[in-house]
Design a binder for this molecule. Sequence first.
Ligand SMILES: Cc1ncc(COP(=O)(O)O)c(C=O)c1O
Length: 489
Amino acid sequence: MVVGHMGSSNADFDKAGSGSTGSGSAGFDATGAGTVNSADDSVCATGAAAESAPGAVTGAFATRAIHAGYDPLDHGYAAVPPIYASAAFDLGDAVRGDALAAGNLDGFEYSRVANPTVDALEKRLAALEGGIGAVAVGSGMAAVSYALMCAGEGGGRIIAPSDLYGASVDALGDFLPQFGIHTDFVKDINDLNEVESKIGPDTRAIFAETVSNPSTEILDIEPLAALAHRHGVALIVDNTVPTPYLLNPIRFGADIVVHSTTKGITGHGNAIGGAVIDGGHFDWANGRFPQFTARQQVISDDRAGEWHSFAEKFGNAAFIKRIRIKYLRTFGAVASPFNAYLSLVGLETLPQRVSQQVASAHRIAEHLTHAAHVIKVNYSGLGYTPQYDLVPKYFPRGVGQILSFLVDGSADNVRRIIDGTRLFSYVPNIGDARSLIVDPAHITHREVPADARIAAGVSDNLIRLSIGLEDADDLIADLDQAIAGAYRA
Ligand SMILES: Cc1ncc(COP(=O)(O)O)c(C=O)c1O
């Protein structure tokens, strides 16, 4: 079955966590004996070549969403990726164990570093984003934190807007400084002059959301990536809100993409997860990132007298290798096989779900612009917003299922609208099959200081919606009755 092989050479193949790389998929033979599939598990000394192997991603998005990264032949012919609930893997025999531990053979050893179910998800996400590799982690915040720390480690600085998910603002402004990583916040991340004015000798990365939560501001990725690259700085983007179905930031120059898979990717509000995906284009040995050129014990072989740096050993795959081998292995925010399975199942219907949600979100946003007591609607997909010229370039399929709106009156009116809805669940999440409502100032951005909250457009009278799969007319009727009820004496 040809499709089963799609994407199998497009992900991060280091299962051993000791610097090994390979060129193929899981390496379990069809008998289930756990032996190495010789066709797939070739020995690869340099790693970088295997990570960059071209041509594996074929077919339209909807086809890859179902088939990429998983080959039933490697998993006992199971049509659906099985849940490998195994903490560790049999090393086979002494020769194989030695080769695995030395990083000379591709295969699984221990699920903190790699697991076959998680591996299928990683390959699929890499194939869907157009990256050379992915590492799935335990949450979106683990993905954000690992990516920012991996880039900023050792006294680096990040440039970011405050228009971000609350916990990311908290991480950048309050927590990462405790680890020596500082952030230069900008008012407008699309203002290239402002961003350039913040680039200094210690700047390592620019970080932003491709569509910000909750304001739905669109990131103009291409010129920002060009600016970053002129200075040898990496562009790291959080692509959670659009999902890879609506936008592939790597195509426009982003270097690293992070996701909360908790949202649209898994799509049913039933599993926390995250992922880091590497575009494979950035030169981590350009002089700004000493952690990539320093010799590192974990990928070296003291017995053989061989010492390596990540940049030298893994080339264009240095970042994603470092996320797995240093961050996942050390901090251990691992994705569980069960959650990875739920994400894989969710991904199968991502295009269909998101298409319907985008269509409904658009209708609801338009309806709200004419609704009583609504004073502003934030939805960049509307034809008259200042950013509308960016939509055809980045979002030909729509900007997403998140929108927010401001109402007149007091905090009491906001509370009454939320309490008055019958179909919307009052839930601090997005991208669910259910429609969700939340008051960000009190829930998702509660800890963010007032000035940063206002800069992110999160005022007390803001309500955020995440549109699900219910009938759009039913959702509109529900909002209408909740708003009307909230202003009744
Ligand atoms: C844009 C964005 N990034 C990251 C996160 C964090 O994801 P998680 O809750 O999976 O840790 C969220 C959560 O709401 C988010 O909206």
